[in-house]
Design a protein around this ligand. Sequence first.
Ligand SMILES: CC(C)(COP(=O)(O)OP(=O)(O)OC[C@H]1O[C@@H](n2cnc3c(N)ncnc32)[C@H](O)[C@@H]1OP(=O)(O)O)[C@@H](O)C(=O)NCCC(=O)NCCS
Length: 168
Amino acid sequence: MSSALTIEIRPITPPEVPAISALAREIWLASYPGIITQEQIDFMLEQRYGHERLYDDLEDLHKWLDQAFYEGRRVGFAFSEIHKGEFKLDKLYIHPDVQRQGVGGQMIEHVAARARREGYPCLVLAVNKRNEKAIASYKKYGFVVRETVVDDIGRGYVMDDYVMEKKL
Ligand SMILES: CC(C)(COP(=O)(O)OP(=O)(O)OC[C@H]1O[C@@H](n2cnc3c(N)ncnc32)[C@H](O)[C@@H]1OP(=O)(O)O)[C@@H](O)C(=O)NCCC(=O)NCCS
C-alpha cells in the first residue's frame, strides 16, 4: 500500500507486559461492544491479557509476540504461534487512531514471513463471524474462509468464528 504508515515491529519483552495488557484493553473496548457482550469482553481480557498469562506466553517457545511502533508510540500487536501443527496468527490488534493505514497489513506480512521461514504452507487464524472490518482486511491480504467453528471458552461463553487461511 503506497500510503502505509512506516512502522517499526519489535518483539515484546517482559517489562512491556503491562503496556500490552493496557493497549489490549483500550483496543478491545473500542472494537468489541456490539459484537460480544461487555461481560464476555471482561472475561476474555482477563483470560488472554492478564499479566501472568502474557508472561507465560513470552516463555513459550512456540509463540511469538510482536508489537508495532509508529513515531515512537506503541500502536498495535500481533501474536503468532504453532497451533495443532499449523502456523496461526493468534491475535492482531491495531489502535483505532491508526487503523486502515496499512499497519495491520504489515504485521500480517511480518508473521507470514516467519511462517514461511519455518516451512509452513499456510497461515491460519480465527475471527468472530460478526467482525466485518477484520474479515474484510483479512480477505484483502489473501485469507479465505476455510470453515466455521463454535468454541466453548468457559463460563458459558462461546466463540463463534470463521477459520481463515492464507496460502504462503
Ligand atoms: C482488523 C485490523 C487488525 C486491521 O488492521 P488495519 O491496520 O486497520 O488494516 P490495514 O490498514 O492494513 O487494512 C485495511 C483493510 O482492512 C479493512 N478495514 C479496516 N478498517 C476498516 C473499517 N473501519 N471499515 C471497513 N473496512 C476496514 C479494509 O478491507 C481495509 O482495506 P481498504 O482500506 O483498502 O478498504 C484492525 O482494524 C483492528 O485491530 N481492528 C480491531 C480489532 C480486531 O478486530 N482485530 C482482529 C481480531 S481477529
